[in-house]
Design a protein around this ligand. Structure first.
Ligand SMILES: [Zn+2]
Length: 134
């Protein structure tokens, strides 16, 4: 289980991984309108809290591929996984059947995952909302 954070206020300032939920009302960054899940990690100063605050802030300089998504869309919030691994999260979602809209999106440094961005179809339950998920 993981708590959902609509803002970065309640996110712990520790290293770990996160899944960011973003809604696109119109096509942007090569993606059609829809809901998306981006798996990332934060290991620097401020940890998850600082990274998620950056994702949720508008008007930032576009540094990463995902910045184009968060600038164009609405960040709905994020799940934080202190000590977690972004690749494990991405692979868990892909394994649960979440589609990969753009191979390589957000995972250019990663040789294991097809993508760190997955589409979130309406009605699709998230693996970590299952009590048995660890
Ligand atoms: Zn990966």
């Amino acid at each position: 289980m993981s708590d959902f954070h609509p803002t970065a206020e309640t996110v712990p300032a520790v290293p770990g991984a996160y899944v960011l939920a973003v809604a696109l009302d119109r096509a942007a960054a090569g993606l059609p309108p829809g809901r998306y899940l981006y798996c990332g990690s934060a290991k620097g100063p401020g940890g998850l809290k600082a990274r998620l605050a950056r994702h949720m802030r508008k008007g930032k300089a576009v540094r990463w591929h995902v910045d184009r998504l968060t600038e164009a869309g609405r960040v709905l919030g994020a799940w934080a996984f202190p000590g977690g691994d972004e690749c494990a999260l991405a692979q868990r979602l892909a394994g649960a059947g979440f589609p990969v809209p753009i191979p390589g999106f957000g995972s250019s440094d990663c040789r294991v995952c097809e993508s760190h961005l997955l589409a979130w179809p309406e009605g699709a339950g998230l693996p970590w909302e299952d009590e048995s998920w660890t």
